[in-house]
Design a protein around this ligand. Structure first.
Ligand code: ZN
Length: 283
């Protein structure tokens, strides 16, 4: 049997605008349509951020619910909700906004960012210890699989701390995001280094932002990892050419995976690889 690779599609993010790329989906309908196109192109996970009517990032439960409902009408792609979808929220004092969707919508996966960082030299991406403890406990309670997002090496050590405390439980799944100013650059040597720090028995995926997109994807596949693509991370298909859609980026990833003799994992295969325990009927 061919080796299966999980393609995760990151459709929207917090920062992209229609001015930067008109293809970035913003409304629940656009996001759901984008998710379905990515599913058809070979993605087995969709990583969701929401925007409000002014296209600002929001963690509004209603928006997530509407979008997930529209996606579920079409396909069984794994839903991965961001926990960092509102940068205006001070997570120390008002972290419930970033946690509420996990309690109320009970998704299969959610992002778990293991440290605070200076995001793009413009603001603080706040993930203090009390927030991470509360988020981790909520994810355990609702059986949400944490996607451990890693922007630098220290964050991996932080995951080991929470693993030891029982706040996150194996099998762990890591998502490296390289090339965000404030975190590690999207270089092959950084990827190799981060991979060397991972604990035994975990699964991992990587994405390079912007021009790091292709080199990190190719290197990740060569190293045995899974991949994440999408307009959240990179709006270009090639130098100076905007991607037409998220699905176009997924299609290319699926093609490269096929070219090296592997296959994109279906959603059910991805659930098995990741050890997602929720039954389909409970979603
Ligand atoms: Zn995200």
């Amino acid at each position: 049997m061919k080796e299966k690779k999980i393609i995760s599609a990151a459709l929207t993010g917090n920062w992209g605008t229609k001015e930067i790329s008109p293809a970035i989906p913003m409304t629940p309908k656009e996001i759901a349509e984008g998710a379905y196109e990515c599913y058809r192109a070979g993605a087995s996970i969709v990583h969701l951020h929401m925007r409000d009517d002014q296209m600002r990032p929001t963690m509004d439960v209603g928006r997530f619910k509407e979008t997930i409902g529209l996606i579920r009408d079409k396909c069984d792609i794994i839903i991965n909700i961001t926990s960092s979808g509102d940068h205006t929220v001070d997570s120390i004092g008002d972290d419930n906004v970033r946690i509420a969707p996990f309690r109320e919508l009970d998704p299969e996966m959610g992002s778990y960012d293991c440290g605070t960082m200076n995001w793009m030299h413009s603001c603080v991406f706040s993930n203090p210890p009390d927030f991470l403890e509360k988020l981790g406990k909520t994810m355990l309670e609702y059986r949400v699989k944490p996607e451990l997002e890693i922007f630098d090496g220290g964050m991996i050590y932080t995951t080991l701390h929470y693993l030891k405390k029982g706040i996150i439980k194996p099998p762990l799944h890591y998502q490296f995001i390289l090339g965000a100013p404030g975190g590690m650059d999207a270089t092959v040597s950084n990827l190799v280094y981060l991979r060397s720090l991972l604990p035994e028995g975990c699964t991992w995926s990587a994405a390079g932002l912007g021009k790091g997109h292709m080199p990190i994807m190719l290197c990740t596949l060569a190293m045995g990892g899974h991949v994440r693509v999408g307009l959240e991370d990179n709006v270009y298909f090639e130098k100076n050419v905007l991607a037409e859609s998220n699905a176009q980026l997924v299609e290319r990833a699926a093609r490269i995976i096929a070219d090296i003799g592997q296959e994109p994992a279906t959603s059910s295969e991805a659930r098995e690889i990741l050890g997602i325990v929720k039954l389909r009927s409970e979603i």
